[in-house]
Ligand binder design. Structure first.
Ligand code: SF4
Length: 456
């Protein structure tokens, strides 16, 4: 077609993986990726809607692309597009809106706006007043999960493979199930095929992700499990490292923890959302566990994998959160062996169960609590990093940007600035840790097989 495209991604790893698949499918229709959205014929904006801020960022991006590249066809997709297609379609400059329900058709829809002759399997609705097309239907009516396009790395050294979408939980604050639908998984045979395609392209480390990764395989007949899938994947000879993204506390069974502990191919990294250390709030949030369960789970992870990264998501300012609730969260996290936190403020999402909960927490109070948790995380992360000084860690090199030192990522999720050694990306090696940087470590390649190394 000799036309060009760009994809601008927002949001979580799963959304980024969707973006990489959209890029791949656009390439499949003979469009070329442009080095800048300012010169692209079509710009896909792949949105998130998890907070008000995420919506605002998407609107800002749409306006900016339209202002700086008025000739571009702007295709808006992702979770915000699914949640409020008409609202998005009314933004000036939008050519069409493609909800998550129609994401597998996006490349064809976009190419047709450039004169392409591609039949659309599921049609869109009428154009809006402003002329933008809307391709969106109920997310609960779409069929099983399918790959949009074969796996590609989307320019990364460590590709992300989305093996599951949607969520069958109903946390009271969360808009995700209404824009991603119930949990659906790829068949494990298809996951193996995608992993092999990435291995054929020379990738060594990859991350399995999903919206509710721990629910993988429950919708399959016969049922499958994430632990079985992981075991099957680490049997792939060429795969050197597999990383698991976020898994809900009740889904981190001993089988998975044992695999992380025992397989040198699995990254020593657990990410387990907490949200709150107050049982009262966990119930209001409709999270199916208590604080004590969480504390004992991460304690077990630390005992089984002494040097593992353990990360948690924590929310501040959930409606009715008191100082005592916040103190319970701080107390739990002070005692827990977590090494990093994702702290985020509650954002009221219309249509969720918590949207009508009162009293709301004052924004300044929520921010103050967030700062306290981030400070706690900073201290814990510093102690964790210091514990590796003079030791050795298995790393994957991430390459070097012009004028900057080469970077790498350790098996236990620490950024390592490499002062010597290979500058090209995608090499797995052992580094000796020589110092600290502002947020990571400094290292050099280890010369010989170490006694103290982990994960190599
Ligand atoms: S587990 Fe809860 S927070 Fe996570 S996607 Fe599902 S409903 Fe949302």
């Amino acid at each position: 077609m000799n036309k060009t495209f760009s994809v601008i991604n927002f949001g979580c790893r799963a959304t980024q993986a969707d973006g990489a698949a959209v890029e791949q499918s656009l390439r499949g229709l003979d469009l070329r990726e442009s080095s800048s959205w300012r010169r692209s014929d079509v710009v896909v904006i792949n949105t998130c809607t998890v907070t008000n801020t995420a919506d605002a960022e998407a609107r800002q991006a749409i306006r900016r692309v339209h202002r700086e590249n008025p000739a571009a066809k702007i295709v808006v997709t992702g979770c915000y597009a699914q949640r409020s297609p008409e609202e998005v379609a009314r933004i000036e400059g939008v050519t069409c809106v493609v909800g998550n329900s129609h994401k597998d058709q996006l490349a064809r829809i976009a190419a047709n706006y450039l004169g392409g002759p591609f039949p659309i399997l599921r049609d869109g609705r009428a154009m809006t007043e402003g002329g933008a097309g809307v391709y969106c239907s109920s997310i609960f009516e779409i069929g099983p999960l399918r790959v949009i396009a074969d796996a590609s790395a989307g320019g990364r050294t460590r590709p992300v493979l989305k093996v599951q979408d949607g969520c069958s939980y109903r946390c009271s604050y969360c808009i995700i199930p209404s824009v991603r639908g119930n949990s659906r998984s790829l068949p494990s045979g298809e996951v193996v095929r995608q992993v092999r395609l990435l291995l054929d392209q020379g990738f060594r480390e990859m991350t399995l992700t999903g919206i509710h990764l721990g629910g993988f395989g429950r919708d399959a007949t016969p049922k499958e499990s994430l632990a079985d899938l992981v075991e099957r994947l680490i049997g792939e000879e060429r795969l050197e490292r597999l990383r698991l993204s976020s898994i809900e506390p009740l889904e981190f069974g001993d089988d998975l923890i044992d695999l992380v502990a025992e397989s040198p191919k699995l990254a020593k990294h657990f990410h387990v959302p907490l949200q709150s250390g107050s049982d009262r709030l966990l119930r209001l949030m409709r999270r199916p566990y208590l604080a004590e369960y969480y504390a004992s789970l991460v304690g077990k992870m630390r005992r089984r994998v002494p040097d593992a990264a353990i990360g948690a998501d924590v929310m501040t300012g959930f409606p009715t959160e008191t100082d005592d609730d916040h103190a319970a969260t701080v107390q739990l996290l002070e005692a827990a062996p977590v090494t990093y936190l994702h702290v985020f403020p509650y954002s009221r999402r219309p249509g969720t169960a918590s949207a009508d909960l009162h009293p709301e927490v004052n924004g300044k109070v929520s921010q103050h609590r967030g700062r306290a948790l981030r400070e706690l995380a900073r201290r814990k992360n510093l102690d964790f990093r210091k514990s590796f000084l003079g030791r050795e860690l298995s790393i994957i090199t991430l390459g070097r940007e012009y004028g900057r030192p080469a970077e790498a990522l350790s098996t236990n999720y620490l950024k390592v600035q490499m002062d010597t050694g290979p500058t090209q990306a995608n090499r797995i090696l052992t580094a000796r840790i020589t110092g600290l940087t502002g947020e990571g470590l400094r290292g050099v390649p280890a010369e010989s097989s170490p006694l103290q190394s982990m994960g190599a």
